[in-house]
Design a protein around this ligand. Structure first.
Ligand code: HEC
Ligand code: HEC
Ligand code: HEC
Ligand code: HEC
Length: 225
């Protein structure tokens, strides 16, 4: 009887050991899960949230080769705007009756090459503004109705760095421009302002905004009281 009990105990312990071992063995072979949405989960400063909107494309942009034949430049970028900061005109045919996000975002949400226009689609920095033709229109005539002396205002200068090699300041306001990667990265980015480092993601960590107008005050003199 006693011997049977010892054998029973032995078999029970052996069974438990095998059970536990195989459980932990298979557990350790389960695929690791990667948290992909950490950026959106962590709380961000509301005014800077837009900066991270396209950051899931950042690594792709960083390794994408530059297609020199179809790059935009700053001159043509400004030419397509009535004045600095104005919504650009639509330089291509649009579908009859297609005026809103459905008609436009199929191309302008993520960009890409369009054969019939022989160009890369600029990515919209504001896909949430769905009534596109409220602001973007096609050019219907090239002459003025009435002659005028209208001249465009100057865009701000680029290359404003404290020292050679330090990050240039952001020369523009961030209204409608929170989503940095839509203009500064990818194949449709204007060549002069295409960033070499889309993968750094947190742009405003290094690039500070210059929204203040500086006024020349001549030679500074301390007031003597
Ligand atoms: C078939 C894809 C496609 C569709 C649909 C489309 N676009 Fe475009 N869009 C392009 C491409 C490509 C360019 C670049 C053209 C060029 O550089 O000559 C462009 C350029 C533009 C530009 C000029 C951007 C700039 O910075 O100069 C605006 C504005 C624009 N599109 C608005 C619209 C609107 C509004 C709609 C919807 C009514 C629309 N597009 C539908 C592909 C498309
Ligand atoms: C409230 C007005 C408004 C609406 C609505 C609007 N946009 Fe814009 N859009 C602008 C302005 C202003 C700019 C110029 C931004 C700048 O240069 O800072 C612009 C710029 C753009 C550009 C140029 C980006 C670049 O890199 O050259 C594209 C493309 C564009 N918009 C597409 C769209 C599409 C597509 C829609 C609809 C889903 C849309 N926009 C709705 C005002 C608007
Ligand atoms: C609508 C497109 C657009 C968006 C969005 C945008 N930029 Fe720009 N950026 C430009 C243009 C165009 C210039 C050239 C100067 C000008 O015309 O304002 C420029 C210039 C710059 C420069 C100066 C580059 C140099 O060589 O001196 C920096 C830095 C910069 N932007 C950073 C940013 C950051 C950071 C963000 C996001 C918070 C951002 N930009 C969003 C279009 C854009
Ligand atoms: C860790 C700091 C840092 C971060 C983060 C950063 N930059 Fe820069 N950036 C720099 C420095 C430094 C330069 C100057 C490089 C030079 O002069 O050789 C620069 C230059 C630029 C330029 C001028 C063109 C070029 O590439 O030389 C643009 C445009 C720009 N950055 C945009 C961006 C954007 C958009 C982001 C966010 C995706 C960003 N930067 C994030 C440090 C940074």
């Amino acid at each position: 009887m006693k011997r049977l009990f010892i054998i029973f105990l032995f078999v029970l312990l052996l069974g438990a050991t095998i059970g536990l071992w195989s459980y932990s063995y298979f557990e350790s072979h389960e695929e690791a899960t990667i948290e992909t949405n950490r950026i959106s989960e962590s709380s961000s400063i509301p005014s800077e949230a837009g900066m991270f909107e396209r950051s899931h494309f950042a690594m792709e942009y960083a390794i994408m080769p530059i297609d020199e034949d179809y790059q935009r430049d700053l001159n043509s970028y400004y030419d397509n705007r009535a004045f600095y900061g104005a919504p650009p005109t639509i330089p291509h045919q649009i579908e009859e009756g297609g005026i809103g996000a459905n008609a436009c975002l199929k191309c302008h949400e993520n960009g890409g090459f369009v054969d019939k226009f022989q160009a890369y689609t600029p990515v919209s920095p504001h896909p949430e503004k769905s009534n596109c033709v409220q602001c973007h229109v096609q050019v219907k005539s090239t002459s003025f109705f009435v002659p005028s002396t209208w001249v465009k205002n100057h865009p701000p200068a680029t290359g404003n760095q404290a020292l050679e090699g330090s990050p240039p300041i952001v020369p523009h306001s961030l209204q409608l421009r929170e989503n940095c990667l839509s203009c500064h990265a990818g194949p449709s980015a204007v060549k002069e302002i295409r960033t070499t480092h889309p993968d750094r993601i947190n742009c405003r960590q290094c690039h500070v905004i210059n929204e203040k107008k500086t006024v020349d005050i001549g030679t500074f003199k301390r007031e003597i009281k």
